[in-house]
Design a protein around this ligand. Structure first.
Ligand SMILES: N[C@@H](CCC(=O)N[C@@H](CS)C(=O)NCC(=O)O)C(=O)O
Length: 233
């Protein structure tokens, strides 16, 4: 029996944060196809393992506990597998970074595709996108992190904040390559951290599997098409 079951669409985006943590701790997990995820999401809340609106949903097969909301899942896994220290401040800052990452996901998809990007709206969004990058860069700087060494919150080992940072910026810029020069210029230490986390053997293996399964997909749907349009991809 695998350690976990993950319900998430066959694409990176929000689910990749959960996959990255599971891979990092050496957990085993299974995943389900589009129909099964749609069926679970469409059930009345009373019949769902955890009442939820959308995936990711993680089931801990050893305890039977089910969780939705990506930040809550990362908090659970982080505490269970020692990727968040007992320090209250570190804990709160980790939650803050994951919440920031989730906000960036909302913004880059115009709130899960509620609207589509146009050349004009994408242009207007650039100062805000850069500010998000600068915020992550400044967080690392305050904890002594550089492109080559250290971790986002000043820990000696990578934690949830570092994994989330790589999946946010590393995956985004890998799938939407015109954004990589912007990240390198605006947040060089974050580009370096993403590369260092992405080079960990478990992340290399996950990335290879995900690329084979999902190809170039990032968030999918019409919103991805509009992102590719404004990026001339
Ligand atoms: N706040 C939730 C957002 C979940 C979410 O928006 N899931 C998307 C996929 S990334 C979905 O398929 N939502 C379907 C829906 O809301 O109906 C989280 O962080 O997990």
């Amino acid at each position: 029996m695998p350690d976990y079951s993950l319900y998430y669409w066959p694409l990176p985006f929000r689910g990749q944060f959960v996959r990255a943590v599971l891979a990092h701790v050496g957990a085993t997990w299974d995943e389900y196809d589009f129909e099964a995820i749609g069926a679970l999401k469409g059930k009345p809340p009373a019949d769902q393992p955890v009442p939820h609106m959308g995936p990711p949903v993680l089931v801990d097969r050893n305890t039977g506990i089910s969780l939705s909301q990506m930040p809550a899942i990362l908090g659970y896994l982080g505490r269970k597998h020692g990727l968040i220290t007992d320090d209250n401040v570190h804990h709160a800052l980790t939650d803050k970074i994951v919440a920031d990452a989730n906000d960036v996901l909302y913004e880059i998809t115009l709130y899960n595709g509620a609207q589509m990007w146009t050349k004009e709206s994408w242009h207007d969004f650039q100062p805000r996108l850069k500010r998000w990058m600068v915020m992550f860069e400044e967080t690392g700087r305050r904890h002594g992190m550089t492109a080559r060494e250290g971790f986002l919150l000043g820990t000696n080992e990578p934690g949830i904040a570092d994994l989330a940072t790589n999946i946010l910026w590393g995956t985004m810029t890998a799938k939407l390559p015109p954004l990589r020069p912007l990240l390198e210029e605006t947040a060089p230490a974050i580009a370096g951290l993403s590369d260092r986390i992405g080079a960990l053997p478990q992340q290399v293996e996950l990335c290879g599997k995900s690329d084979a399964a999902y190809g170039d997909l990032y968030c999918a749907g019409q919103i991805e098409a509009s992102l590719r349009m404004v990026l001339n991809l």
